[in-house]
Design a protein around this ligand. Structure first.
Ligand SMILES: Cc1ncc(COP(=O)(O)O)c(C=O)c1O
Length: 390
């Protein structure tokens, strides 16, 4: 057999996917396992979205697919951006449909960096940001977030000019794994860095509707002077309860969107037309169940954070946004991966060790807090027993 590519050897498996696979394998042996690893809605996709897709599947089968996405879908994205985010985006030229934010990230990188370019990624940060940079031929460079200041980006980050050239930065807001929602002032620090070094900014905003405590979500692209250098990733995976539908979109400057459309013409083509039709409806006229879900998810995140914060050895601030609580277990003086393993094996609760998200996550655990309430209460009982018996 010929040798496979170096890339296939070098790029790490997504740690969240690997742990989720292990949890699925354990589930087969132990029905009682509580899985708090992956942050996805367990609620069913609202009926009206499903019915729209079903109707489209049976009635619109001759529709021509466009790599850029259907006009209907892109117009729905533009009207959502105007209504909810206060942004005027040209549906024709500045938006492209993707099969979720992961595809959006890869496409955005391919359209902005050259082989060997360095790309700044957050540490701790979303597990796929760095490896996707590598897949696209770039070199991820970790930016250590400030553990003592709500995981803010450093105010003074000096980049080396020269080789490899830093060409872009990637951030998630709301942030995964820490649950921080960036204030306008914090985003201005990142924007100033991008302007100083002439960087592209890839802003992963897939949790933008999941912001808690009435705080606003600020789109990085809305800051003065940032539209021309910002590519924003959005997706219906999380807050529209459409995880397995694989649909999202990217908006940004026309030349980048055009590049992405070109790549998609070769690699992925468009997104399925019946999914786009259903997603257009969800964006234009979000079914009321979705607001109920958001209210419930916020309540659950607060409940889980408060309960864990009261456990010995665990500190946990209420998440500002997203689906996770981020638990500081440094006081236990033990490795976070070992703590996660003991919780899984001895107590039947699967959580992710913070170090899966980068060196800066060491000493933390990430828990998905949007499971149904009875499951979360059972998980809290087990966690409480685990922390008491440490
Ligand atoms: C920050 C962040 N970005 C992107 C993704 C992937 O999004 P999608 O399912 O739309 O590809 C996730 C979730 O897995 C995430 O947490």
């Amino acid at each position: 057999m010929p040798e496979r590519s170096r890339r296939a050897d070098d790029v790490a498996t997504s740690s969240t996917v690997a742990i989720a696979d292990a949890v699925v394998r354990m589930h087969r042996r132990d029905d009682d396992l509580i899985d708090l690893t992956i942050g996805r809605a367990f609620e069913a996709t609202p009926r009206v979205i499903v019915d729209t897709a079903r109707r489209s599947m049976t009635e619109d089968s001759a529709r021509q697919l466009s790599s850029r996405g259907s006009g209907e879908f892109r117009r729905a994205c533009a009207s959502k951006l105007a209504r909810e985010n206060g942004l005027r985006v040209d549906a024709e030229r500045q938006i492209v449909a993707t099969r979720g934010a992961k595809e959006g990230l890869m496409m955005a990188l391919l359209a902005t960096i050259n082989p060997g370019d360095a790309v700044l990624v957050e540490d701790p940060g979303f597990v796929s940001h760095g490896p996707t940079v590598e897949l696209c031929g770039g070199v991820p460079v970790s930016v250590p977030l400030d553990v003592d200041a709500r995981f803010a980006w450093p105010r003074t980050l000096r980049l080396k000019r020269g080789s490899p050239r830093v060409r872009a930065l990637v951030l998630a807001n709301p942030q995964n794994p820490t649950g921080v929602v960036r204030t306008k002032a914090e985003l201005e620090v990142i924007a100033a860095l991008a302007r100083e070094y002439d960087l592209w900014v890839i802003s992963d905003e897939i949790y933008e509707r999941a912001v808690w405590g009435g705080r606003p979500h600020v789109c990085l692209a809305s800051l003065a002077g940032m539209r021309a250098r910002t590519i924003t990733l959005m997706s219906l995976t999380k807050t529209y309860a459409m995880g397995d539908w694989r649909i999202g979109f990217v908006f940004g400057p026309e030349p980048v969107i055009e590049g992405i459309t070109k790549f998609k013409g070769h690699a992925f083509a468009g997104a399925p037309s019946f999914v786009q039709r259903a997603a257009a409806l969800a964006l234009t006229d979000p079914p009321p169940e979705l607001s109920d879900f958001l209210r419930q998810w916020e309540r659950r995140c607060q409940r889980v954070a408060e309960a864990i914060d009261a456990m010995p050895g665990a500190r946990c601030s209420p998440p500002e946004g997203g689906f996770f609580v981020w638990v500081d277990v440094r006081a236990l003086g033990r490795d976070d991966a070992e703590i996660a393993e003991r919780l899984l094996v001895d107590h039947g609760v699967a959580v992710l060790p913070g170090s899966a998200f980068g060196r800066g996550g060491a000493g933390f655990l990430r828990l998905s807090a949007i499971r149904d309430e009875p499951t979360l209460e059972r998980a809290l009982e087990r966690l409480s027993a685990a922390f008491r018996s440490r």
